[in-house]
Design a protein around this ligand. Structure first.
Ligand SMILES: C[S@@+](CC[C@H](N)C(=O)[O-])C[C@H]1O[C@@H](n2cnc3c(N)ncnc32)[C@H](O)[C@@H]1O
Length: 271
């Protein structure tokens, strides 16, 4: 049997996580939706918008609430099913961000909220967004900044470094913080045929009363990190989890544990 590719593993991972996603990272990423939509313009009425990597559908629903005519696509069938269940009446379908089924110039806006960083070929997805946009159409996306300041990285990376290994049997992955740098986004978007690149930073956060929830969050709503942890020896895994818990407990304050995640929001116009 052929070896699983990065894309195969991501698809399997996200398909498994749809049910739990909103309890953890989905609730964090929701904070980016309104600011990202605002970067498309003040009036979204009748705007034809495609949301790629739509997950459980909340960005599409927020855009529809502002009057946009939306379509959401995601390559995980379970995410699409949940998006449809969460937002009946809206149009969600399975599809690959890197090879869209939609026709040239079909949309006024394309969004991708925390999706590009999970793609094997983000440039292909950006080229596809450009292709399906009308001239003058807007592309907006959100991505994480880090590893500095990204609290999940601050908990997980030192724990693996101290007690485990990053040298695990997985296909190479794209760097997850690549799109957190304004200058990198500007360059990639310009090469792809976009102009008027705008960026905005945003601090998102997640709070929990229980340190153990941090481990649950990692297991149930991350894909690549969970896969790296799953490939440690049982002894290493035990020590890594114990270290993450210890560091999470050290962050406990009156309001529980707060993890913050700096994000970059980017919007550009099809030239
Ligand atoms: C981190 S989640 C983001 C979901 C949602 N946009 C949000 O902001 O919460 C990434 C989503 O991208 C989807 N995804 C990853 N690679 C994809 C691809 N090549 N084509 C379509 N969807 C993809 C996953 O299934 C998952 O739902």
């Amino acid at each position: 049997m052929a070896e699983a590719t990065f894309r195969d593993l991501e698809q399997a991972g996200w398909t498994e996580r749809a049910g739990a996603y909103d309890d953890h990272f989905g609730s964090v990423t929701e904070g980016a939706i309104e600011p990202l939509l605002s970067m498309l313009g003040d009036d979204l009425a009748e705007l034809h918008l495609l949301d790629v990597c739509a997950g459980t559908g909340h960005l599409a629903a927020a855009a529809a609430a502002r009057g946009a005519v939306v379509k959401g696509i995601d390559f995980a069938a379970t995410m699409v099913a949940l998006a449809k269940a969460n937002h009946p009446g809206l149009d969600f379908a399975e599809g690959d961000a890197q090879a869209l089924d939609q026709g040239d110039g079909a949309f006024d806006a394309v969004t991708c909220c925390f999706g590009l960083l999970h793609l094997a070929d983000a440039e292909a997805a950006i080229a596809e967004a450009q292709r399906v946009l009308k001239p003058g159409g807007r592309f907006a996306f959100a991505a994480w900044q880090g590893p500095k300041g990204h609290d999940l990285s601050a908990l997980v990376l030192p724990a693996i470094e101290a007690h485990g290994t990053f040298d695990v049997d997985l296909p190479p992955a794209p760097p997850i913080f690549r799109f957190g740098k304004p200058e990198v986004c500007e360059e990639i978007l310009t090469v792809a045929g976009f102009a008027d690149v705008e960026t905005q930073t945003l601090s998102l956060s997640w709070q929990t009363p229980e340190p153990e929830d941090v481990l649950t969050m990692i297991r149930r709503s991350t894909v690549r990190t969970a896969m790296i942890l799953d490939r440690q020896s049982p002894e290493a895994r035990e020590r890594i989890d114990a270290r993450i818990l210890e560091d999470a407990r050290a962050r406990q304050g009156d309001d529980g544990i707060t993890l913050t995640f700096p994000a970059l929001l980017v919007a550009a116009t099809k030239a």
